[in-house]
Write a protein that binds this ligand. Structure first.
Ligand code: S3P
Length: 172
C-alpha cells in the first residue's frame, strides 16, 4: 500500500501504553522523517489532557484530536495517535488512505507501564481492569484501521521499530 499524501507516512494506533510514542520516535528516526505525537500537539495548544477532559468533557477532546490527526496527516511522517482516536468514525475515516500499524501489548506487560499514569480514563480504582475493558471495546476498531500488527509486550522497542521500518519499506 502506498499513501497518496506522502509515501513515508505511517500511523501508529493501539491501546494506552502500548508504546506508540517510544516506537514511533524510533521508526521516524530510522526512516528519516518527522515524528508527530497528536497528544503532544493537543497539550501544546490546549493544555494538559486531564484538564481538557475535566473542563470540557471527552467529546470535546475527541474533536481536538480529530483536528490534530487531520493536521498531522497533511504534514506526513510517523504519527502516533492517542489510544482513543479510533473511537471516532470521522477519525477512522481520515486513516483509510494511510498505512496504519496496530501496536498491541499484554495486560501483564502493561501493568508496570501504567504506574504513575495521569490518563483520565484510567483514573480511580484498578486502572489495569479499566485498561483491559477499554482495550476489548476498541480492539475491533484497531484491527479495522490497521494493516499490520506488532506486539510490544516483552521485546526491546528498538527491535520492534526495526521490524516496522522493514514492513513499511516493503509496502512502497
Ligand atoms: C486516551 C489515550 C491517551 C490520551 C487520552 C485518552 C484513550 O493517549 O489520548 O488520555 O482514550 O485511550 P495514549 O494512548 O498515548 O495513552
Amino acid at each position: 500500500m502506498t499513501s497518496a499524501a506522502d509515501p513515508l507516512t505511517l500511523v501508529l494506533v493501539g491501546p494506552m501504553a502500548a508504546g506508540k510514542t517510544s516506537v514511533g520516535r524510533r521508526v521516524a528516526r530510522r526512516l528519516g522523517v518527522a515524528f508527530i505525537d497528536t497528544d503532544k500537539r493537543i497539550v501544546a495548544a490546549h493544555g494538559p489532557i486531564p484538564a481538557i477532559f475535566e473542563e470540557h468533557g471527552e467529546a470535546h477532546f475527541r474533536d481536538l484530536e480529530r483536528a490534530a490527526v487531520a493536521e498531522a496527516l497533511s504534514e506526513g511522517g510517523v504519527i502516533s495517535l492517542g489510544g482513543g482516536a479510533v473511537t471516532e468514525a470521522a477519525t477512522r475515516e481520515l486513516l483509510t488512505e494511510h498505512p496504519v500499524v496496530f501496536l498491541t501489548v499484554s495486560p501483564d506487560a502493561v501493568a508496570d507501564r501504567l504506574r504513575g499514569s495521569n490518563r483520565p480514563l484510567l483514573a480511580g480504582e484498578d486502572p489495569l481492569e479499566r485498561w483491559k475493558k477499554i482495550f476489548e471495546e476498541r480492539r475491533g476498531w484497531y484491527a479495522e484501521v490497521s494493516s499490520a500488527t506488532f506486539d510490544t509486550s516483552r521485546r526491546p522497542m528498538q527491535k520492534i521499530a526495526d521490524e516496522i521500518v522493514a514492513w513499511r519499506r516493503e509496502q512502497r
